[in-house]
Design a protein around this ligand. Structure first.
Ligand code: SF4
Ligand code: SF4
Length: 444
């Protein structure tokens, strides 16, 4: 017989009490069904459910076998997905340099870039991993420092890796995280040539706010340059041809949360709102820099986030991933073959480790491409054991959390440092469900 899954979140529709939303985190699916269903299931009155309802409930794993150990099932599915994963994801941080001096950044910048030797050995290592593990897809994230300060390196990487991918029939994809200062039309054109199909740029508010936070090392504001670059790129022929995804990230704490709505208005006035996606990110601590000391509490952020998402929707844009999909791991740390490479050839499990003094330890560095291109001598960093130790670990309340299948602990680095890594959806999932229901039934 059946039981209701532990990994279920329900929310009655305020506009129609006879209907309830059932969100199964075991499948990442949400369905709207009769409110009475819960009672029928609890009292095991199966005959009061229609065949179609029973089908929906079991298919979405809202109802699961009565004797099933759900956590073991979830872990078994995750292991299976991991063993059949075909995508190798790597983050390449070709330069330690960045023009900006944002207060919340945990990196220490210098003028160092990858040498030819480091570049070639990084490529060899990537090829060796692909061949040894039989990956079919390669996904590169260009990150920094500021990766556009090393565009020539990105070009050489691309030329070599792409021809290898063509020869070996590997699918190639890439994205970039940039501060946007160098994102001039000619750079944008190059990125399109190098098959970068997603670009993330940070804007922290309208000019007066952004220019207090996203400043150059010399203390100058950057809003005008970044906004002009974005507008030029978004209005270019290349944008029309390649349609890359452009994500504007807003890093938010108690000093700028009041400006988010103004920024949305400004993006509309500038004529670029319709061409970008917007992501609201809380400012977090990075490498022990206390950047979160002025952050909103998780509950405050989650509450505001719903208002901002509603505002996006009211302005004609679908907010991204309102209810999270099922996933089988937390992040790159959970995938032993995913790696981040810095300008010195160091190999890390997490892209926030390079250039951050706190992580320049044997516990965090897994090797160096100059010594080990075939990755056989990899020393898995401590953080990699996050998943294997899941059932016993001290932050075991993930185990009891009904969001586990769509979260998996979110950010192992934060847990490892004694923080609380719960994503904002932990605090506003029921509002997200309602918003998802509204948006699906009334497309903007
Ligand atoms: S550990 Fe946290 S910061 Fe590092 S890659 Fe994972 S989610 Fe990102
Ligand atoms: S990080 Fe938080 S939301 Fe995610 S599984 Fe753990 S307890 Fe749940």
């Amino acid at each position: 017989m059946f039981k209701i899954s532990k990994y279920l979140i329900t929310q009655q529709l305020p506009t129609d009490q006879a209907k309830t939303l059932y969100y199964s985190t075991r499948t990442g699916q949400m369905v709207a069904m009769r409110t009475e269903i819960t009672e029928h299931i609890n009292s095991k009155q199966w005959h009061l459910l229609s065949t179609n309802e029973l089908l929906q409930l079991t298919r979405n794993e809202i109802l699961v076998p009565e004797d099933e150990d759900e956590l073991s099932e979830i872990m078994a599915y995750d292991r299976y997905t991991e063993s059949s994963r075909e995508v190798l994801g790597v983050t390449i941080q070709p330069t330690a340099n960045c023009q900006l001096g944002c207060h919340y950044c945990g990196q220490v910048h210098s003028k160092n870039k990858m040498t030819d030797e480091v570049m070639l050995k990084t490529i060899t290592r990537i090829k060796n991993i692909i061949e040894a593990e039989k990956y079919r897809d390669l996904k590169i994230t260009w990150y920094g420092g500021e990766p556009l300060m090393a565009l020539a390196l990105i070009e050489r990487f691309y030329d070599q890796i792409k021809s290898y991918c063509v020869e070996t029939n590997i699918n190639y994809d890439s994205d970039i995280i940039t501060n946007g200062l160098l994102l001039k039309p000619d750079y944008f054109k190059k990125l399109m040539e190098f098959e970068v199909r997603a670009i993330q740029v940070t804007i922290d508010g309208p000019k007066s706010t952004h220019d207090q936070r996203r400043i150059t090392k010399g203390g100058k504001g950057t809003y005008d340059v970044i906004m002009a670059n974005l507008k030029n790129c978004l209005n270019s022929e290349e944008f029309e041809t390649y349609k890359p995804s452009i994500l504007l990230r807003i890093n938010i704490d108690s000093t700028n949360y009041g400006e988010v709505d103004n920024l949305i208005e400004l993006l509309k006035e500038e004529g670029i709102f319709n061409k970008v996606n917007v992501h609201f990110a809380p400012v977090v601590e990075w490498g022990d820099n206390n950047a979160d000391k002025l952050s909103l509490t998780k509950q405050q952020f989650a509450e505001k986030e719903i208002d901002w998402m509603i505002s996006l929707y009211q302005n004609g844009k679908m907010p991204q991933e309102l209810i999270p999909d099922r996933k089988s791991y937390s992040c790159m740390v959970d995938d032993i073959n995913s790696e981040a490479y810095d300008a010195y050839g160091n190999v890390y499990p997490c892209y926030e480790f390079p250039y951050t003094p706190m992580y320049q330890t044997d516990d965090c560095i897994e090797g160096n491409v100059l010594e080990d291109t075939d990755f056989k001598d990899k020393r898995p960093a401590k953080i990699r054991s996050f998943k294997e130790t899941l059932p016993e670990r001290e932050y075991s309340y993930c185990i009891d959390c009904n969001l586990l299948p769509v979260c998996h602990g979110s950010c192992p680095k934060i847990w490892m440092q004694g923080g609380n890594a719960c994503p904002t959806f932990k605090y506003n999932i029921k509002d997200r469900m309602l918003l998802q229901y509204v948006t699906l039934n009334n497309k903007p």
